[in-house]
Design a protein around this ligand. Sequence first.
Ligand code: 5RP
Length: 225
Amino acid sequence: MSDAGKRAAGRAAAELVEPGMRIGYGTGSTVEHFLVALAGRGIDVAGVPTSEGTARRCAELGLPLLRPDEVAELDLVVDGADELTRDLALTKGGGRALLREKVVAGMTRRLVVIATPGKVVARLGDSFPMPVEVIPFAAAPVRRALEADGFVVEVRNHGDGRDVETDNGNVLLDARLPGGIGDPAAVEARVELMPGVVACGLFTDLAHEALLGDEDGSVTELRVG
Ligand code: 5RP
C-alpha cells in the first residue's frame, strides 16, 4: 500500500497551523508527513515533541522545539492513532510514545488525529492490542491484573528476547481483549489506577477531530458531537 493516504492527512493537518502557534508534534509515520509539510510552509511555529524520535526529526527539519515547562497551553496537537472509533476514542502507543503523547494531548484544547480510514473500528481492540506503559518493577503484577480482567497480555519485545524500552525507561504490555473493548473510558480509568501503570494506550475524551486521508488524496473529517 502506498503512503498517499497518510500524506494527505499529514498535509491537511499542516494547513491548520497558523503563524505563532505553539503546538504538539505527535509520533509515527503519519506524523512524519505532517512534519515535512509543516516544515515546508516555513512559518513561525514551535512545539513540544511526543518522543525522542520526533524531537530528532524536528531538529533535522528545522522545526523549533519547546519543553513542556516552557508553555502553559498548546494551540493545537497533531498526532496519529493505531485505531479510532467514530466518536474519537483512540488506541495509541504502537510507536512506543503513548505516555508523552498523553501528556502533550493534555496540554491542548484541540487534538487533531491524522490517520487512514482503515484504522476506524466499531470497537477499540478489534484490530490492535491496548498498549500499557508500566515501570519495569510492576510489569509482572500489572500483567496478572490485566489477565484477571480477561486480557491476553504480551510484553512487547524486539523478537530477540530483549524487551522494548520506552523513552521513559519503561516496558510495554500489549493487552488484547477477546471481542474488543466495550467501554474504553471505564477500561482506561481502571488500568491507569493499577499501581505501576504510567499510561494506558486508550485515549478517551481527548481527541476533538480526525482527518482521514484516503489513497486518492481526499481527506474526510470526523468531529466529536
Ligand atoms: C505512537 C503512536 C502513533 O501515533 C501510532 O502508532 C500511529 O502511527 P502511524 O502513523 O505510524 O501508523 O501512537 O506511539
